[in-house]
Design a protein around this ligand. Structure first.
Ligand SMILES: Cc1ncc(COP(=O)(O)OP(=O)(O)O)c(N)n1
Ligand SMILES: Cc1nc(C(=O)O)sc1CCOP(=O)(O)O
Ligand SMILES: [Mg+2]
Length: 344
């Protein structure tokens, strides 16, 4: 009976921890999928013991639990940091599942013990997914975009390395060279993923959702003629999904669709993008600043000579494509840009 009592306590402990995590994913991060997956683990534990409910209840003797004093005096009630709450609840759940596993084995229920072990492993990957939610914030500063056509003969990987070394704040892989295969792009993105991950620089992939998933990118960029944002969010629930917009109506729709950030442009005339619409000017930027809370990046024709006016309008993240990748000395160019932004 004493072993059953330990099982009962740990089933409750794991369920309580999972419920806290579920609510955190659901209400704090609006993340339906992670919340549902956590609920799935909780239900699987309950289902495993549903035929043993009366035995578990009969074993329960909370008033005689020698551990209640210690747990009431523990530091858990002083936790305030959200990440700390997530981490400690995962610990709690994993320890409880481990205890359930061992006690099931001790009463000869090896198969069930093994099953609980798989649930514990599930919680490790859920923990990684939850922690990524805290990292999903859009940086301010310089947004760099790669593209070999404009890189003066340097490879995307070489340019990425130079940009990261110079302190780029966020980097997008955008390769429009027609004769580059998916395999080649994947290979480049794998290398750039490593460079950006080591330097803690968010890495976004333009257009190609599959490549973004395969390399574990931090985000994916979609334009008006690319995939619908709600569908991409379903495919990449833990990534930042950026939507390129060129008008107030498109910005409104992107926000409604659940984009994590929007591109706002082209502010000035640009030759870098084919079939681009006319420059929208600073007025569209002003509209976004005045109307929306969503993070955004100003883009299109931005150079050193007009950068200050873009920043002065309230753009906190600014993208310069050819001004950076077309520079002979990328490190020097990024430093010049940082100096201009720093002065605004
Ligand atoms: C940050 C950012 N903003 C806008 C775009 C343009 O995206 P899209 O309209 O899909 O055009 P292509 O880049 O695919 O030619 C972007 N890539 N990044
Ligand atoms: C890729 C892209 N998207 C744009 C948009 O307005 O959506 S403008 C653009 C190209 C910007 O390049 P440059 O800084 O060299 O002008
Ligand atoms: Mg696109």
């Amino acid at each position: 009976m004493k072993l059953i009592r330990a099982l009962d306590a740990n089933i409750n402990r794991s369920s309580e921890g999972l419920r806290v995590l579920e609510d955190m994913a659901r209400f704090r991060f609006d993340h339906a999928r992670i919340s549902a997956d956590l609920r799935g683990v909780r239900h699987k534990i309950r289902d495993l013991f549903k035929d043993r409910q009366s035995l578990l209840l009969a074993s329960r003797q909370a008033d005689r639990d020698v551990g209640t004093v210690t747990s009431a005096e523990s530091m858990s009630d002083t936790r305030t940091d959200e990440k700390d709450i997530v981490l400690s609840n995962f610990r709690r759940v994993q320890e409880a599942l481990r205890s359930i596993e061992e006690h099931l084995k001790a009463i000869g229920e090896h198969k069930d013990g093994k099953y609980v072990e798989t649930l514990r492993f599930d919680t490790y990957s859920l923990e990684r997914r939850c922690l990524r939610l805290f990292a999903k914030s859009f940086p301010s500063g310089i947004y760099g975009i790669l593209g070999e056509k404009f890189s003066l003969g340097r490879t995307n990987v070489e340019v990425a390395r130079a940009m990261v070394d110079a302190g780029i704040d966020i980097l997008q892989y955008r390769e429009k060279v027609k004769d580059k295969s998916f395999k080649e792009m994947l290979n480049e993105c794998e290398q750039i993923r490593k460079i950006t991950a080591d330097a803690n620089v968010p890495f976004i992939i333009n257009d190609h959702v599959a490549i973004a998933l395969m390399v574990g990118a931090d985000g994916v960029q979609q334009g008006q003629d690319d995939l619908p944002i709600p569908e991409v969010k379903k495919l990449c629930p833990e990534m930042m999904v950026g939507c390129s917009t060129h008008s107030p109506a498109q910005a409104k729709k992107a926000v409604e669709d659940g984009a994590d950030y929007i591109g706002v442009g082209p502010i000035y005339t640009t030759q870098t993008k084919e079939d681009v619409c006319n420059a929208v000017g600073l007025s569209y930027l002003e509209h976004v600043v005045a109307t929306h809370d969503i993070p955004f990046v100003a883009i299109g024709g931005i150079k050193r000579h007009n950068l200050a006016e873009v920043a002065a309008k309230g753009a906190k993240t600014i993208c310069l494509v050819t001004e950076i990748i077309g520079a002979d000395n990328i490190e020097k160019r990024i430093k010049e840009i940082k100096d201009i932004i720093g002065d605004v």
